[in-house]
Design a protein around this ligand. Structure first.
Ligand code: GDP
Length: 195
């Protein structure tokens, strides 16, 4: 994918702030620190388009990145902080569900999990919300460079099983260090977005 343009289009806390250009959208979700910003930056060949983990307590927003005036990559707020109040969790949930439900432009939802760790309850809940959209779901296992081939061969089936991944759902091994999985992910994105 040739990236001619990769810019922040809008930072939204409310539905009314979502962009109205109608470009197809690809949403990314995952626990904080999973490597979501690194993956978005790797996809678009930028060092710091997506910023790394905002700390708990900071305003959570949904960030829309304009790619080539053809597509939005949508960065959903990271989750899984230990020190988060029930109140904050509720707000986070409402924000993510509010986006995922009934967003016509949404074509593809991508859940990021760290290849080294068993998916958490939060990951599973997130995946359920993603499945309910009826859109194509991809699970991306990040930081694949941190494991040997032997370890990968053990972890991949564990993660797939834990998430009860189906035949229709894709699984991609990714590394923002080596760029493993980058082309594969772009192929899926281009296919789903018709670009
Ligand atoms: P975010 O909170 O999900 O946006 O995660 P970040 O992209 O900020 O990454 C969290 C940490 O993991 C940072 O220190 C990154 O350098 C590191 N990281 C992210 N992706 C990879 C990867 O593919 N390989 C390795 N080795 N480290 C990574």
């Amino acid at each position: 994918m040739i990236i001619r343009k990769a810019e922040i289009e809008c930072v939204a806390a409310l539905k009314s702030q979502y962009p109205t250009k109608g470009y197809p959208e690809v949403a990314f979700a995952g626990r904080s620190n999973v490597g979501k910003s690194s993956l978005i930056n790797a996809l678009v060949n930028r060092k710091a388009l997506a910023r790394t983990s905002s700390k708990p307590g900071k305003t959570r927003t949904i960030n829309f990145y304009n790619i080539n005036d053809a597509l939005f990559l949508v960065d959903l707020p990271g989750y899984g902080y230990a020190q988060v109040s029930k109140e904050e969790k509720k707000k986070w949930g409402a924000m993510i569900e509010g986006y995922l439900n009934g967003r016509d432009e949404l074509r593809l939802v991508i859940l990021l999990v760290d290849i080294r760790h068993e998916p958490t309850q939060d990951d599973k809940l997130m995946l359920e919300w993603m499945r309910q959209t009826g859109k194509k779901v991809v699970v991306v296992a990040t930081k694949s460079d941190k494991l040997s081939n032997n370890q990968l061969m053990k972890q991949v089936p564990l993660i797939k099983k834990s998430l009860k991944l189906t035949e229709e759902e894709s699984f991609v091994l990714f590394s923002s260090e080596t760029k493993r999985g980058k082309d594969e992910l772009w192929e899926i994105i281009k296919n789903e977005c018709g670009i």
